[in-house]
Design a protein around this ligand. Structure first.
Ligand SMILES: [Zn+2]
Length: 282
């Protein structure tokens, strides 16, 4: 475990996590051997089931199981049951959350790359420590290889991300030209100011609620940046493949190879959607 944790923390330093976050080893023995690691976005029951069925020694997730303080982990509640199942099954749980969001090759970076964006920069850069070279921070902004329309871009997003019942929701003129794109994996409604300042034509993020979205659209008087809202899970899942590859490579180099598997199970809580009959009132 010590080697695995060292490699994970060399990629996603826990010191980069926001101060409200809870990252690192949630449960498990730091001395336990690790042969199999399952990677997933959410430490939910179905993922734990998959980890135990595969005899994983470590489940590495993006979202924390215990973000808010708890006074116990009795198996009377869903989170306590997960802690019990993991310990009984000999599987540790490790979380890399906001420290992975901001990393140079982190969650938003992976989202930007899967959409084909280049010349990436953080939307809201973090101040770097002395030895650091690669810029880090929340969100990314970059450029498409060739300009496209908002409608075509939304189709590209839908194609690039794993399927969800939500699909892709868009606010803006379908024929507007899109060249520069900002992204933030997960809920990104705190970054509207940085998105506007970045000169982005469109902003891809998740969990956009009525008021922040409506106010942003009013602010921009219906113009750019247009909003492209995807499922939270789908915006973060593309990060896992890169984590798996880097972890595997580094641990092989250290002479302590592990088997790694990325969970393909959708943990998006929304399971189906029905379109409204008839057209939208204008
Ligand atoms: Zn998230």
């Amino acid at each position: 475990m010590a080697d695995v944790v060292r490699v994970i923390e060399s990629m996603y330093d826990p010191a980069w996590a926001r101060d409200w976050d809870a990252v690192g080893l949630t449960c498990g023995d730091p001395q336990a051997p690790v042969r199999r690691v399952l990677l997933a976005v959410d430490p939910v029951d179905a993922v734990v089931e998959e980890a135990l069925a595969w005899h994983a020694d470590l489940l590495l997730t993006h979202h924390p199981l215990l973000l808010r303080p708890v006074h116990g982990v009795a198996a009377a509640g869903a989170k306590g049951r997960i802690v019990h199942r993991l310990i009984r099954g000999g599987c540790s749980l490790y979380t890399a959350h906001t420290n992975a969001d901001v990393a140079a090759r982190g969650v938003s970076d992976a989202l930007a790359r899967v959409l084909g964006l280049t010349d990436l920069e953080p939307l809201a850069p973090d101040a770097l420590d002395d030895p650091e070279e690669a810029p880090r921070g929340m969100g990314r902004v970059g450029n498409l290889g060739a300009p496209t329309t908002l409608r075509e871009f939304a189709l590209l997003v839908a194609e690039a991300l794993p399927a969800t019942s939500q699909g892709v929701r868009v606010s803006g003129d379908p024929v507007a030209e899109i060249r520069r794109v900002a992204v933030c994996g997960g809920a990104g409604d705190s970054l509207f100011g940085a998105v506007r300042a970045s000169g982005a034509d469109a902003y891809v993020t998740a969990d956009l609620r009525h008021h922040p979205a409506s106010e942003a659209r009013e602010e921009d008087a219906g113009g750019s940046p247009y909003l492209v809202d995807v499922a939270h899970w789908a915006s973060e899942w593309p990060w896992l493949a890169g984590v798996g590859n880097r972890l595997q490579g580094e641990l092989e180099r250290l002479g302590t190879p592990v088997e790694i598997h990325v969970s393909n199970r959708s943990t998006d809580p929304w399971t189906f959607r029905v379109p409204s009959p008839g057209g939208v009132m204008r």
